[in-house]
Design a protein around this ligand. Structure first.
Ligand code: PLP
Length: 397
C-alpha cells in the first residue's frame, strides 16, 4: 500500500481518534510500578475517574478491553445459577448476555426490535412478577453501540425502585462515558462498566468497574470463580495508588492526560458538544432522505448514529468505497444489522470541521456507490453547526 497523505478519518464508534496530547503523554519511559511516583499517579487517576463516573465510590482499572470489565462486573457480584435480567437492545447487549450464560448464570432476556432502548415499564413488570426475588441483577447497556440508541438509566432505576426489587443494577457505559450524561451515584447504579477507547479518547486496553457499596457487599458472598478479575486485591492495592499485578503504565499516563483534558473542557461542555454533533449528523441523514435506525427521539445516541440504507443497499460496499476513495473509516453493521446499516462515530476528540469532513465523505460516497439519496445532507449539517456557533458567540458576548 502506498502512502496516503493527510489524516485518516477514524469515524467508527470506537476506538476513537486519540488526541496528540494523549499520544505525547503515553510516549514516555515506563516507570517502576511499585515506586513512589507511580503511587501518586495512581491516586490522581482514581480520583479523576470518580469525577467522570460522578461517583464517590471506588473505580477499579483493568488492563483489558471492555469485555474484561463486563466479566469482572458479573464474577465479582454473582454466584453460579443466579438469575440475571438483561435487555437485548442490540449486538453488545446480546454479547454480554452470552457471556453471562457461559459463566453459568441464568439469563432472562427482554427482547427489543433493536431500534428502541430498554423499556422501564417492561423491566418493572418482570421484576414485579419475580415475587420470590430470585433475580439478582438487572444488566443494561446505556448506549447500544450497534444501534445508536441510548437507554434511559434514571428511568430504569425508578422502575427497579417502583417494583421494590433488591436486584443489583449494572450498566455498560463503554460508549457513553465522557460523551453522554451519566451519573453512577445519583442514578443508583451498582456496577458501571466502561472502557478506554471511546469517550475517554485513549487507545484500547483499559477498562473499568465503578462499584457501589451494595455491589461491594454482594462481592463478599459472590461465588463465581475469579482470580485476575477479583476486586478485593485491587481495592487493597489501590488504596495507595498501586495494583496487585503489573498495570498498563503507559496507558495510565494517557488516561491521566485525558482526564485532565475532560476537566479543562468541563463535562457539561463535553456533553453539549456531543449533542451538537449528533443533531447535525441526524439532520444530514434526514436531508439525504435516509433513515436514522433509532426510532425514539428521546433515545437518540449522542455518540454515534446508525444509518439505515434503502432496501437493497449494501452498507459494507458503501463503507469500502468511502474508505478507498476518501480514507474515512465508518462503523459496520453488527449482528443482524450486518450490511443494512453503517454507523457514523461522532464521539471522543472531535470538532465541527472533523464532522463536516466526515459527512462530506459519506455524501460523496453515497453518490459513488449509486445509493439513491438527496444531496443536501452536508448543507443541512453546516447550517445547524453555524447556528450553534452564532448562539455560542452571542452567549459569550
Ligand atoms: C465497544 C463496546 C463493547 C466492547 O468493548 P471491547 O473493548 O471491544 O471489549 C461493549 N459494549 C459496548 C456498549 C461497546 O460500545
Amino acid at each position: 500500500m502506498s502512502y496516503r497523505s493527510g489524516r485518516h478519518f477514524l469515524q467508527i464508534p470506537g476506538p476513537t481518534n486519540v488526541p496528540e496530547r494523549v499520544l505525547r503523554a503515553i510516549d514516555r519511559a515506563t516507570i517502576d510500578h511499585r515506586g513512589p511516583e507511580f503511587g501518586r499517579m495512581g491516586l490522581e487517576i482514581i480520583e479523576g475517574l470518580q469525577f467522570v463516573f460522578r461517583s464517590k465510590q471506588p473505580v477499579i482499572i483493568f488492563p483489558a478491553s471492555g469485555t474484561g470489565a463486563w466479566e469482572a462486573a458479573l464474577v465479582n457480584t454473582l454466584s453460579p445459577r443466579d438469575r440475571v435480567l438483561m435487555v437485548e437492545t442490540g449486538h453488545f447487549a446480546a454479547l454480554w448476555s452470552r457471556m453471562a450464560a457461559r459463566l453459568g448464570l441464568e439469563v432472562e432476556m427482554i427482547a427489543t426490535d433493536w431500534r428502541h432502548g430498554a423499556d422501564p415499564a417492561a423491566v418493572e413488570q418482570k421484576l414485579k412478577q419475580d415475587t420470590g426475588r430470585s433475580i439478582r441483577a438487572v444488566c443494561v447497556v446505556h448506549n447500544e453501540t450497534s444501534t445508536g440508541v441510548t437507554s434511559r438509566i434514571a428511568a430504569l432505576r425508578r422502575a427497579i425502585d417502583a417494583a421494590g426489587h433488591p436486584a443489583l443494577f449494572m450498566v455498560d457505559t463503554i460508549s457513553s462515558l465522557a460523551s453522554i450524561d451519566y451519573r453512577h451515584d445519583e442514578w443508583g447504579v451498582d456496577v458501571t462498566v466502561a472502557g478506554s477507547q471511546k469517550g475517554l479518547m485513549l487507545p484500547p486496553g483499559l477498562s473499568f468497574n465503578c462499584a457501589s457499596q451494595k455491589a461491594l457487599a454482594a462481592a463478599k458472598s459472590a461465588k463465581l470463580p475469579k482470580s485476575y478479575w477479583g476486586w478485593e486485591e485491587m481495592l487493597a492495592a489501590n488504596k495507595n495508588g498501586y495494583f496487585p499485578y503489573t498495570p498498563a503504565t503507559n496507558l495510565l499516563y494517557g488516561l491521566r492526560e485525558a482526564l485532565a483534558m475532560l476537566k479543562e473542557e468541563g463535562l457539561e461542555a463535553v456533553f453539549a458538544r456531543h449533542a451538537r454533533h449528533a443533531e447535525a449528523t441526524r439532520r444530514a441523514v434526514r436531508a439525504w432522505g435516509l433513515e436514522v435506525l433509532c426510532l425514539e427521539s428521546a433515545e437518540y445516541s449522542n455518540s454515534l448514529t446508525a444509518v439505515l440504507l434503502p432496501a437493497g443497499g449494501d452498507a459494507d460496499r458503501l463503507r469500502q468505497i468511502i474508505l478507498e476513495a476518501f480514507d474515512l473509516s465508518l462503523g459496520t453493521g453488527l449482528g443482524k444489522l450486518a450490511g443494512k446499516v453503517f454507523r457514523i462515530g461522532h464521539l471522543g476528540d472531535f470538532n465541527d470541521l472533523m464532522l463536516a469532513g466526515t459527512l462530506a465523505g459519506v455524501e460523496m460516497g453515497l453518490a459513488l456507490a449509486g445509493i439513491s439519496h438527496r444531496g443536501d445532507g452536508v448543507r443541512a449539517a453546516l447550517e445547524y453547526l453555524g447556528e450553534c456557533a452564532r448562539a455560542g458567540r452571542r452567549q459569550a458576548a
